[in-house]
Design a protein around this ligand. Structure first.
Ligand SMILES: [Zn+2]
Length: 82
């Protein structure tokens, strides 16, 4: 029935209206899109356990990609460096 066709499970970023694959996480504080939990967790400032703060994804080493719907999604690099 085609349920393995990749974009079967789309959802939207409720703030920006961007169309996202099912596995993409939307941060409910900064409304950025992340390709995985791992990428999403990386943009939190863990030194502030009480006041969790969103960091600029680029500043924490994530890379921005665009999906086929034109949404910007942040993902981890293939391998961490340094
Ligand atoms: Zn955030």
């Amino acid at each position: 029935m085609g349920y393995l066709m990749g974009y079967q499970g789309l959802h939207r970023n409720h703030q920006t209206g961007e169309v996202l694959a099912q596995n993409v996480q939307v941060c409910t504080m900064c409304w950025k899109n992340f390709s995985s939990d791992d990428a999403w967790e990386k943009h939190w400032d863990r030194k502030k356990p009480r006041g969790q703060q969103c960091l600029n994804p680029i500043d924490v080493g994530l890379v921005a990609i665009r999906n086929t719907k034109g949404a910007t999604i942040y993902k981890t690099r293939g391998k961490p460096r340094d």
